[in-house]
Design a protein around this ligand. Structure first.
Ligand SMILES: O=C(O)[C@@H](O)[C@H](O)[C@H](O)C(=O)CO
Length: 483
């Protein structure tokens, strides 16, 4: 029987061990999609204890605690509940989470970032708390240190087009934290015309661009200006939550009429919503292509299902699930419309529904245009699929129908500064998959070729694909500050 989480954790052959130790492990990390707070990175305030850094923002852990019968006050905090109480509640939950990636991630995080090797449970929780918190004494443990010690080269945060990006600009001006912090352009609120967030967001956009967005032409102009501002501030990716894939051909005049209806507070039909979203997304995709950005489409999430908890805690608090819905037809038409409008940008398609993997892996092959390797990507296993089974399923779909060698690899997609061991987890799973292929005679034991492929998936594919290291990606701080 293998020892739990030893040096060959998840590596079941000598080939897998070699691929991981020699090629995967040394690679730095590019976290091209996460939800870390740029303000927290800039202010760099030391964390006060293990609960703050581990439990304050991580809804993966919150879901597990609720499923374990832990009262909400001990999950997201409440009257008279200390951080130590919350830590003990999570320590009670970890042993019950075997089979869930949280069980592995939690142990990897304590081992890699705190040097704590204990198997987490309620009995040794006090000792773990004491050991970990020693690192928070004195000058303490800060966000920037956790990013640096995790060998992260690039962090791409998720930002609204109306955001000032002040903290990104301050980080650029200082530029002594040892890694890149780049915004990502996430215009969901500009697209969700039927949600109650739409009109308030138009107000925020008007403040950001300094003029009234009284008609659709001005909306498109404002979005174009915000894309330019984001680009100047180092943005090289956009990101969209496409919970339901819609496509309906529309002219600019039709989209403008729908926008005007929404501004008047009139109901917009589902067909009109599809027309508005199609025209606006196609417009945005051309802007992305013109700026050399990558476009991420995060498909089939079902968000904020619990109305009472949405009112109490707000969005992204662990009450989401996997969505279903029509995919192939509307997505192919959407991508084809983007292609017809001057060219698809670099595009990454993720679905929260793993049963979509093969559909997406086949669709990306319809839009590779030979300009760059892996231009259209099947995105890494995302959120509920960020598991051993989910990662293997995504990589096998991509390998079976596309080129896994051109995959831009893993991201953390996290709100916690402790989540970087998720890359180790992914890299071990990747190396074991390739190792299995070699050991079973499906792939020659060409360690030079396999090593190059592993290094590409772990780091260099992403660096080349997103162009983080290129001249074009350099950030003109003076131009941004002068604005
Ligand atoms: O980007 C998304 O839509 C999701 O990643 C969402 O933010 C979710 O809350 C998450 O963080 C899953 O890891």
């Amino acid at each position: 029987m293998k020892t739990f989480m030893d040096d060959q954790f998840l590596l079941n052959s000598e080939t897998a061990v070699q691929l991981y130790e020699k090629f995967a492990k040394p690679m730095p990390i590019i976290d091209y999609h996460c939800h870390l707070d740029p303000k927290a990175i800039y202010e760099n305030k030391p964390f006060s204890n293990l609960t703050e850094v581990w439990l304050y923002g991580d809804h993966y852990k919150w879901r597990a605690m609720r499923a374990n019968g832990i009262a909400e006050a001990y999950v997201t905090g409440g009257e008279g509940v200390s951080d130590y109480d919350r830590f003990l509640a999570y320590a009670r939950t970890v042993p019950m989470a075997i089979g869930n990636p949280l069980y592995h991630w939690s142990h990897l995080e304590l081992r890699r970032l705190f040097g704590i090797e204990e198997i987490i449970n309620e009995n040794n929780a006090p000792a773990i708390w004491e050991k970990a918190n020693k690192l928070f004494e004195g000058k303490g443990l800060t966000p920037q240190e956790l990013v640096r010690v995790s060998n992260v080269r690039v962090v791409c945060t998720t930002d609204d087009p109306a955001d000032s990006l002040d903290y990104h600009i301050k980080l650029m001006e200082e530029d002594r934290h040892g890694f890149q912090v780049r915004p990502s352009f996430r215009p969901d609120k500009a697209l969700e015309i039927n949600r109650d967030t739409f009109l308030p967001w138009i107000g925020r956009l008007q403040e950001a661009c300094g003029y009234e967005v009284t008609d659709y032409k001005r909306l498109l102009q404002a979005l174009k200006e915000r894309v330019a501002f984001f680009h100047q501030t180092g943005c090289l990716l956009s990101d969209h939550a496409i919970d339901t894939v819609m496509h309906a051909d529309a002219t600019e005049e039709q989209a403008a009429a729908i926008y005007a209806k929404a501004l008047r507070g009139e109901a917009v039909s589902l067909e009109e919503e599809a027309q508005y979203k199609t025209f606006t997304l196609v417009y945005l995709s051309r802007l992305y292509a013109d700026h050399g950005w990558a476009m991420q489409l995060h498909i089939h999430a079902h968000r904020n299902n619990n109305s009472a908890m949405m009112r109490s805690l707000g969005p992204d608090t662990g009450y989401d699930s996997i969505n279903t819905g029509q995919l192939a037809g509307p997505l192919v038409r959407l991508l084809d419309s983007m292609e017809a409008n001057g060219g698809l940008p670099r595009t990454i398609l993720y679905s929260l529904n793993a049963s979509d993997n093969d559909v997406l892996a086949s669709i990306i092959g319809s839009f590779q245009d030979g300009t760059i390797p892996g231009k259209i990507q099947l995105g890494s296993a995302w959120w509920f699929n960020d598991t051993i089974d989910g990662m293997l399923a995504q990589m096998k779909s991509l390998a079976n129908m596309g080129l896994i060698s051109r995959f831009v690899g893993m991201l953390t997609d996290s709100r916690s500064f402790l989540s970087y061991p998720r890359h180790e987890y992914f890299r071990r799973i990747l190396c074991n998959l390739l190792g299995d292929w070699v050991e079973s005679g499906q792939v020659p034991a060409d360690m030079e070729l396999l090593g190059t492929i592993v290094e590409g998936i772990c780091y260099s594919n992403a660096e080349q694909y997103f162009r983080f290291g290129s001249e074009a990606a350099s950030i003109n701080v003076q131009a941004v500050v002068a604005q």
